[in-house]
Design a binder for this molecule. Sequence first.
Ligand code: T3D
Length: 257
Amino acid sequence: MAWTAIDYDRTDAVATVTLNRPDKLNSFTIELHRELAAALDQAARDDQVRAVLLTGAGRAFCAGQDLSALDMAQVGDTIEQHYNALVRRLRTLPKPIVCAVNGVAAGAGANLALACDIVLAGRSATFIQAFCKIGLVPDTGGSYFLPRLVGLPRALALALTGDSVTAEQAAAWGMIWQVCDDAMLLEEARALARQLATQATQALGLTKQLFNRSLANDLDTQLGVERELQVAVSRSEDCREGIAAFLAKRPPVFKGR
Ligand code: T3D
């Protein structure tokens, strides 16, 4: 596929998806939505891909919806078909997704990052729940993830004020995993994605599913889900290899199946 709004690269077992509208701070158009969806589907389908890295080109990660392309008559459809579908794709993709936030992440761009599995941010990156500044409410899963990540008082204050949060504050609040020096961000994110790509892919995919389901379940239900997924993954070749390697005191060689 010829990409215009994103860049897609697979090197070894890592698919790198780069939002690529730097002049407009990688803000979302329908074209960007379609290409990002196609890229994530490609990464999900391709057995050679065992981890995904998402980042942005230029000085921003993503400034949310392209406001010059916002169709006020289609807001509900746009959200369902594109933003909601994107969050569902990220959360159900059975491979780990590392997000490298390389600059400002605003509106749906901030919440796109929060819907990924492990978020690293450059020291100069910022997160802005920009919706209130233009008379909108948070979307792209922000009203779900943000209070669960940072607690209701901080989530609500961020959404009501639209104040910018630095990468260091975001890490201190548990909103993201780690802050990196700007110059090292991509290198560190790639190293993390490469490491995840050597692990037992099915177990990582089911771990995502386990945690997703835990957010809505009570303890008894969740214990049942753990049992169900552990039984399923214990039949994988990688699980047999992991245990055999431990017992033989050698490093495991996982194949992602
Ligand atoms: O139906 C639906 O789609 C509803 C769904 C909505 C989801 C949402 O995401 S709503 C929230 C939309 N996003 C925003 O409100 C953020 C708007 N952008 C900003 O507040 C600022 O640009 C930033 C804080 C992100 C960065 O500020 P700064 O000073 O570093 O950059 P800048 O000068 O504002 O922007 C640079 C260029 O990018 C500029 O274009 P120009 O003048 O050089 O031609 C600016 O217009 C453009 N740009 C930035 N953000 C957007 C954008 N163009 C279109 N849409 C944007 N969101």
